[in-house]
Design a protein around this ligand. Sequence first.
Ligand code: AP5
Ligand code: MG
Length: 189
Amino acid sequence: MLNIVIFGAPGSGKGTQSERIVEKYKINHISTGDVLRAEIKNGTELGKTAKGYIDQGQLIPDELMIDILASVFDSFKDSKGVIFDGFPRTIAQAEALKNMLVERGQDVSVMLDLEVPEDELMTRLIKRGKDSGRADDNEETIKKRLTVYHSQTAPLIDWYKGEKKYQHINGLGTMDGIFADICKAVDSI
Ligand code: AP5
Ligand code: MG
C-alpha cells in the first residue's frame, strides 16, 4: 500500500498535486477540507459545527477529525493506497494516523512537504477567493490560517523527520515541474 501524506501551508498546492498523484498511482484521496466543505454544503450537524471553525481559520477539534478520517479510510474497498491531504495538522492527529494504520497492518510511506514562500501563498489564495469564492479565502482569514499553520501544523515537519518519512518538495514553480519532483520522490521509496 502506498500511503502518502501531502503536507504544506494553506495554498501550497496539496489539492492540486493530489489530483495528479491519484491519477498516476491509482490511489484514493482523502481531503479533510473537502469532506468538511461537503458537510457544510449538505447542512449536516457536522457541517454546522465545522463552519464555525473554518470561517475563523481555526482547526476542527482533533477527536472529531480523527473519527471522520478513520470512517472515510475504512470506506475504501480494495484500495492500493491513500493520499492524505490536509491531515494530519497536529501532532495528536499524526499519532492517531500512525496508530490507525498500524492497527490495519499499514504505515505512512512518505510525507511530502510542499514548501512555498508566504507572499506566494497569499497571492494564490486571494486569487482563488476572487475566482471561486471559497469562504475562507479572504485576507483576514488567510492570515489566521497561516498563523495556525505555523503554531499547530509546522511542528509536524520535525515529527516526520523523526519518523524518517520526511521529503522536502519545492512548491514554487509550474504545476508540472512540481509534480515531476513529487513522482521522483514517490518512485524512490
Ligand atoms: P483545507 O481545505 O485543507 O485548506 P488548506 O490547508 O488551508 O489548504 P488549501 O486547500 O487552501 O490549499 P492547498 O494546499 O490544497 O492548495 P491548492 O492546490 O488548492 O482546510 C480548510 C479548513 O478546514 C482548515 O482551515 C480547517 O478549519 C479545516 N480542516 C481541514 N482539515 C483539518 C484537519 N485535519 N484538522 C482540523 N481542521 C481541519 O492550491 C491553492 C491555489 O493555488 C489554487 O487556486 C491553485 O490553482 C493554485 N496553485 C496550485 N499550485 C500552483 C502553482 N504551482 N503555481 C501557481 N498556482 C498554483
Ligand atoms: Mg486543499
